[in-house]
Each structure stands twice: as C-alpha cells, then as structure tokens.
Design a protein. Structure first.
Length: 338
C-alpha cells in the first residue's frame, strides 16, 4: 500500500524489528490494503447516500478497485486512525457477506489487531479499536499425519543411486527425523549438520535458532546424498558449495520445488496426494508423543513459541488411542452406542 505512511511504517516494523519473513509481512500488507479499500468505499458510500445508510457495504474493494484512488496518504492515514469498534464490526460483516472462511477472517482480524496495537505503541492512537472484538470461533481440524509404515513407504520411494534421488530421500528423511519446516530445510547449509554430535542447526521463524537432534537414518541419507553432490560440484564451477540441498543447477532449492518432488513420490508410493511436506512435521510430532515424549520437549523440537500450538498433537494422540481402543473392543463399543 504505497499511499499510507503508517502502513509502510508498520510493515517496516514487522520486517526489521519483529524479523517477520517477507512472505508474512506481504500477507499483512495485503490485509491492510483490503481494509483500506473497505474504508474508502464506506466513505464514498456515505457521501452518495444522503440518508446515511450504506446500500452496498463493500462495493468494489473485493476486486481491488476503489472509487477514490486519488486520495492522498494523509487522507488515507486519517481514515485508518478514525476507525472505531463499529467500523471493525462492519468490516467483519462485509467479510461474512463475501463468504470468507472463519480462518481467513480470523487472520485478517489478527492483522488489524497487530496494526492498531502498533499505532497505540507509537502514540498515534490512545486505544486499540480491535481490543473488544472477539476472534471468530474456529472449526477444530486435526492436522493430517502418516502412520509409521506409510512414512517408511514414502521415504523408501526415491532412488538412492542418483544424485537427485539421493537428495530427495535425504530431504524427506530430514523433515521426518527433525520435524523442521520446509522453509527451515531449504535454508540449511553444509556446516549446519554436525555428524559427530548427531545434531542439526536450524534457523526458524523470526530468525530464532535452535539445535535439534537428528536420527542416524537421516544422517546416513545425507551422507549418501553428499557423495553424489560433491561429484556433481567438482564438475560445475557455478555450484554453490555452501548450500546443503541444491537444485539441478547447483543453487539453493526452493520450498515449492520440495513440494513438487514430494507430490511425485506420493503418487509413486500410492499415498494420499493431498499430503504435503508439512504432514511429515505433523507425523514427527504425533509419533514422538505416541512414543512417550513430553509435550515441552516436542514444543522445543518443533520451534513453537507457545505450548498451546503444540497441544493440538495431544488431541491427535487421544483420538488415535480412542480409535484403537474401540477397534480392539468392538462389542463394548456396540453396547455403548445401543
């Protein structure tokens, strides 16, 4: 949003003080641009309706257009700082009319809450108009995870006799062995892996770093890949020697490429094609808890800031135990339902 000084200041704050990723900051910016479009349309609607009612709560902002694109940054900032709790409620209602999901609506509300908290912190405002707005109740969805046998089936699919095949096997082994995010995996460098101590250095969200243990199977897969990688690098002067997981051009692999590769192996393994690399993270956490790991340890391994984020996996474990119990006691289950 080029026309708002305070939005630009907020996005700079996210990037340089809070160390948010560029992708996350971009999402915040898109939410605020949409909210600004809503405010413009509200103003334009009131100017054209003498009785003060809004015939259309959100005229053209959904498609990106506005009736008052020529407003100056001062006028836009003034609109943003005049927002009250009723404005937020109208915005939420407009999102509902446009049939946004509860999760998307909650994210946009979280953006506004952070933005106005920032404005209060910087003394632009005396109070946050979003404080009393409750986040829409979310539908509880348990994250997908793979059974242990399915994980092994997937990990054994890439061929280990080529440099790209061995790379892909090492990638999936590392994701499952450590529970790291794909963004963390593609950021790995050669010196992040400590084979002697069997640990790996991970750079997580918000530039937070952690050291995680890594299993022997994953380390063996990395070593097998590195042998192929080094031979390839010896014949390619443009190969980035620092990067651990490189693409066919010798440059750092992208998160999107990891997803594409995994899609291919899911089909080959005959597994659910809707599974994502993040499913291996869910599988890691679920299997850890099922095997007796405590919640706090899993939180640290995953790099979660809040323990409540990790607690979702206890629901998976409980659900799984209930399912196993009922499968083992079908007669008792039938009596209960009768």
């Amino acid at each position: 949003m080029d026309n708002s000084v305070i939005i630009q200041e907020f996005l700079s704050y996210l990037n340089f003080e809070k160390h948010f990723s560029s992708h996350t900051a971009k999402c915040y910016g898109a939410d605020l641009e949409q909210f600004t479009c809503f405010l413009r349309d509200q103003t334009s609607s009131r100017q054209h309706n003498h009785d003060g009612t809004d015939q259309n709560p959100w005229s053209t902002s959904a498609s990106g257009g506005t009736a008052t694109q020529t407003q100056t940054n001062v006028e836009i900032d003034k609109l943003l700082m005049e927002v009250d709790v009723n404005t937020i409620r109208r915005f939420m209602a407009a999102l509902g009319q446009l049939q946004y999901s509860k999760s998307t609506t909650a994210r946009k509300l979280a953006t506004l809450r952070s933005f106005y908290k920032f404005l209060v912190k910087r003394d632009y405002l005396s109070s946050n108009p979003v404080t009393t707005i409750k986040t829409p109740k979310q539908d509880k969805k348990l994250p997908k995870f793979l059974e242990y046998e399915q994980v092994q089936q997937l990990l054994n699919t890439p061929p280990a006799n080529s440099w790209l095949g061995s790379r892909d096997r090492a990638i999936m082994e590392v994701l499952y062995s450590t529970g790291m995010r794909v963004s963390e995996l593609v950021a790995l460098n050669m010196d992040d892996v400590d084979f002697l101590s069997e640990v790996i250095h991970i750079r997580g969200k918000g530039k937070k770093e952690r050291i995680s243990p890594i299993g022997s199977s994953a380390l063996q897969a990395i070593q097998g890949y590195i042998e192929f990688r080094n031979k390839r690098m010896a014949n390619d002067s443009g190969f980035d020697s620092k990067v651990l997981f490189a693409n066919k051009h010798g440059k750092r692999l992208s998160a999107r490429s990891v997803r594409r590769k995994m899609d291919k192996y899911l089909v080959q393994a005959g597994l659910d094609p809707s599974i994502s690399p993040h499913t291996l993270r869910h599988s890691f956490a679920t299997h850890m808890l099922n095997n007796g790991a405590d919640l706090r340890s899993v939180q640290e391994l995953l790099g979660h800031q809040s323990l409540s984020t990790t607690q979702i996996y206890t629901h998976i474990s409980t659900s799984r135990m209930n399912e196993q119990y009922h499968n083992a006691h079908p007669m008792e289950n039938q009596q209960t339902t009768n």
